[in-house]
Design a protein around this ligand. Sequence first.
Ligand code: CP
Ligand code: NVA
Length: 299
Amino acid sequence: MKRPRHFLKLSDLAPEEARRLVQRARELKAQRDALPRPFTGRTLAMIFAKSSTRTRVSFEVGMHKLGGHALMLPTAQTQLGREEPLADTARVISRMCDAVMIRNDSQADQEEFAAHSRVPVINGLSELHHPCQLLADVQTWFEHGGDPRGKTAAWIGDGNNVCNSWIEAARLFGFTLHVATPHQYRPAAAALAYAGKAVRLFDDPAAAAAGAQLVVTDTFTSMGREAEAAERMQVLAAFQVDTRLMARAAPDAVFMHCLPAHRGEEVTAEVIDGPQSVVWDEAENRLWAQMALLEFLLA
Ligand code: CP
Ligand code: NVA
């Protein structure tokens, strides 16, 4: 059996593959009224152990637009919720479906699933990475600022799953990423090691944002961390993206957020609803980026 290609983290792609994918996403977007339908009779299984709006809708609509079908499988409604082994589930689903997307709290479990799957497995978010988000984010940066190569972005806030994928994106797409987090919420060491000199860590959000062409943040409390919410609000309060922080960045800097957002917490309403924000294009691009990803993996 030929081993399938998986997408469990952004660095599973070579730099030229990542660029080609983003380019293809832009082509599909431009062709939105005359899309190809290569996936007739093909199926994507979507296993969700956590909530989702964008990821679910974009994968389901994307498969449909390309002529295929997507299957919503909330973990608790499958036998996974009754302790059927992950490996057995992977063997079974991958004999019936052409690809599997998983959102859960365990990168290790996604890797185990992939090891037993005959078909491509896509990380739809884990505790460590959110690679699909970054395909859309980089596409959005291309649209609103041109090629990210040689530019600087600033991540402000929690060093979470989305931050780790931004870190990998920096090396993959050749930009510099400034990361400002409290010391107890630093990003994953493995992502930092992969990115090397493409990433610089800061304690001070203003210093990180200085001159950046893009400012990005995410919720202070990711799914699964709700018990820490009160402490996080306190520790991360100084990392809110507001108009003062945006004023430190380049005059034409754009603001991104993977959503869902919490106005008044990680970002002010003035910024996310203001003229520099590109969050709605960013959300829409999940659709086009993932269609390009599905084409790439299922080709
Ligand atoms: N950004 C993102 O992944 O959104 P959902 O949680 O709604 O899928
Ligand atoms: N960091 C957030 C992203 C949600 C799309 C979380 O993991 O909840």
